[in-house]
Design a protein around this ligand. Structure first.
Ligand code: HEM
Length: 256
């Protein structure tokens, strides 16, 4: 977004303030594509062994920490079902790794760009005085009453969005990338510390799965909130840039 991203329209005097910068828009939709591909391929990978362990090792002879109790695509996994699912592991693993790299590169571009242009400080981190539970509850209450679409809150992200986006960007995404890399044998060999500190590769897989659940919960609530705030207007702004209504009137008047 950078709510203060400015583009020249016709002349240097006719400036328009964009709601979302090109960097935010491009990286947002690339993230959506990568995330969708990761979810589909990740689900296929989970089906090949729908049990999760804690520590360094895990196999069918061990008691799982989490058992999803769903059918598996491997006969060797004891699921209690009398059949196995079709094995789609080949393409799903290839797609998972390709989309993971797309996500990592997109996150790097977004992270470096937003740190440099001040987007994080200006638009994402909650403003002081708006970090309290009371401020969050106020946002939820007004969203549920559909007051967010009335205009007062549309110029910038509200307190709830800022906290949620901060957690997604600085906790959930780094964790999903870290735990994903920690499952790779070559990463393990090169940087054993980053795997050991998690407690082992099976712990990394379990945390990777739990983090995915949190991101899916975020996605559902995120899209619901966008719907409450006005789906077409907000999504179009995320595609075309939109306009920051608040500052337009603050631009200097053209003389003569
Ligand atoms: C099809 C699904 C999605 C739709 C329709 C959607 C829509 C939007 C819209 C409209 C905004 C701007 C909100 C506003 O101006 O008030 C936004 C911002 C954002 N979305 Fe999504 N989104 C989707 C999926 C995702 C996914 C999968 C993620 C990450 C897991 C995500 C993360 C974010 C973040 C972090 C922002 C803030 C970006 C910034 O300003 O830097 N979104 N989204």
């Amino acid at each position: 977004m950078c709510y203060s991203a400015r583009v020249e329209v016709d002349s240097p005097m006719e400036e328009k303030t964009l709601r979302h910068s090109a960097l935010v828009r491009v990286t947002h939709w690339l993230t959506v594509v990568a995330f969708a591909a990761l979810l589909v391929s990740g689900a296929e990978i989970v089906i090949s062994h729908p049990r999760f362990y804690w520590g360094e090792t895990g196999n069918v002879n061990m008691q799982p920490w989490i058992n999803l109790h769903i059918p598996s695509s491997r006969e060797s996994v004891p699921t209690g079902y009398g059949y196995t699912m079709p094995d789609q592991n080949g393409w799903s693993r290839a797609l998972h790794f390709q989309s993971a790299w797309l996500l990592v590169l997109t996150a790097l571009a977004y992270g470096i760009g937003s740190a440099k242009n001040g987007h994080f400080w200006r638009d994402i981190f909650p403003a002081s005085g708006k970090r309290s539970l009371r401020a969050m509850w106020d946002v939820v209450r007004r969203s549920l009453k559909r007051k967010a679409a009335d205009g007062e809150d549309t110029h910038e992200y509200n307190a709830m969005q800022r906290v949620t986006y901060s957690v997604v960007i600085f906790v959930l995404f780094p964790l999903i990338i870290w735990t994903g890399l920690a499952m790779s044998p070559s990463f393990n060999a090169a940087f054993p510390f980053f795997v050991n500190v998690l407690g082992g590769r099976q712990t990394a897989r379990t945390l990777h799965f739990l983090d995915t659940i949190l991101l899916v919960v975020f996605l559902v609530v995120h899209v619901w909130m966008v719907y409450l705030a006005g789906f077409r207007k907000r999504v179009w702004a995320m595609i075309a840039g939109g306009e920051k209504e608040a500052d337009v009137t603050a631009l200097p008047e053209v003389q003569g």
